[in-house]
Ligand binder design. Structure first.
Ligand code: PEP
Length: 254
């Protein structure tokens, strides 16, 4: 069975509640333009409720996701969001280990691994982000860095759990820079990740796992990325803040 393409919007710390509702409503109303592609919106945690309500009101099947979470279900963790809270608000996805979390908030592979396990245990689908910096790429260390991140972030997962995970390959040098990886550069790393997943589980399981590309994806570069055999969708930052651009990207993956 072909892998269902998945395009997710990471709104990061942008918009206000009214604008979040409006954008969700616009994407939901026009989601049919990208029929067959799974769409997911990841608004700021405080707006999950409002965005979930807007998606429900539009009777759309656009999914809802968190941008981060804690690995514990409850407790004395001031300011944090627990997996059951995301579920409670209607989330089915959660982005984990985004490069901004890794570099600005000190998230290690071990932390991402604990969160990935917690998400799966709670019934959320984790979108696990990996990717090299420019310095690492220029130093010829891309494969080693991505291999370490994938192995570390997914350590100890059963093949059945691995199958549920979505991976986002996001070269750090391409995030928010307007400098997109070439389709060939992206495909090479996606193929590496898939073969790594094969060694962690089996080639059958690896063949089912969806691997998104992220990093300056725009409507005008999405089709070339989508044409690559191991690119199963996109994780979109900046361009996800405009319904036209987000849907333009999603359409390229039909
Ligand atoms: C991201 O932050 O996940 C991302 C891919 O951002 P952008 O699309 O803006 O590069």
């Amino acid at each position: 069975m072909p892998r269902k393409k998945i395009v997710a919007g990471n709104w990061k710390m942008n918009l206000d509640r009214a604008k979040a509702r409006e954008l969700a409503g616009a994407v939901a109303a026009r989601s049919g333009e990208a029929a067959g592609v799974e769409l997911v919106l990841c608004p700021p945690a405080l707006y999950l409720d409002a965005v979930g309500a807007a998606l429900a009101a539009a009777k759309s099947n656009v999914g809802l996701g968190g941008q981060n979470m804690h690995d514990k279900a409850s407790g004395a963790f001031t300011g944090e969001v627990a997996p059951p809270m995301l579920l409670d608000l209607g989330c089915t996805y959660v982005i984990l280990g985004h490069s901004e979390r890794r570099t600005l908030f000190g998230e290690t592979d071990a932390i991402v691994n604990a969160k990935t396990k917690a998400a799966l245990a709670a019934g959320l689908t984790p979108i696990v982000c990996v990717g090299e910096t420019l310095e690492e790429r220029e130093g010829g260390r891309t494969d080693a860095v991505v291999t370490t991140q994938v192995r570390g972030s997914l350590a100890g997962l059963s093949p059945a759990d691995l199958e549920k995970v979505v991976i986002a390959y996001e070269p750090v040098w391409a995030i928010g820079t307007g400098k997109v990886a070439t389709p060939q550069q992206a495909q090479e790393v996606h193929a590496l990740i898939r073969s790594l997943l094969g060694s962690l589980a089996s080639s059958e399981v690896a063949g089912k796992i969806r691997i998104q590309y992220g990093g300056s994806v725009k409507p005008d570069n999405a089709a070339d990325l989508a044409s690559q055999p191991d690119i199963d969708g996109a994780l979109v930052g900046g361009a996800s803040l405009k319904a036209d651009d987000f849907l333009g990207i999603a359409k390229a993956f039909r």
